[in-house]
Design a protein around this ligand. Structure first.
Ligand code: ZN
Length: 115
């Protein structure tokens, strides 16, 4: 049994604001949003990142993301999906999750690192 924040949320040991839930995936509000809409799509089965996830899981999560995007008006104006992998990717929680960002015009180049 894993002890990361998302496994605890999935087990009901930590609170969250759920946007969507089925037997395989939850979509919750990010506790520290960086956009007007900032949700997290998380598989209930513990997997580290996309490198360890199988195609079926990835495909299923993307189906759910499309569904919640359509049902909540995100699809019309556009939105962003990101996932962080490992140290350089800035992965904070070691449980696969996709950030869903939208509800406003998102910055495109402002986070580009200067060399
Ligand atoms: Zn986990």
């Amino acid at each position: 049994m894993e002890d990361d924040v998302f496994c605890k949320i999935i087990r009901g040991e930590l609170p969250s604001t759920k946007i969507y839930e089925d037997d395989k995936v939850i979509v919750i509000k990010d506790a520290n949003p960086i956009a007007k809409i900032h949700w997290l799509a998380i598989p209930k089965k513990h997997v580290l990142d996309i490198m360890e996830a199988d195609d079926e899981m990835i495909s299923y999560i993307f189906d759910v993301i499309r569904k919640v995007a359509r049902e909540n008006g995100l699809a019309e104006d556009g939105f962003r999906i990101t996932t962080n992998i490992g140290e350089n990717g800035g992965q904070a929680v070691k449980h696969l999750h996709f950030h869903i960002l939208g509800g406003e015009k998102l910055p495109t180049r402002s986070q580009k690192k200067e060399h």
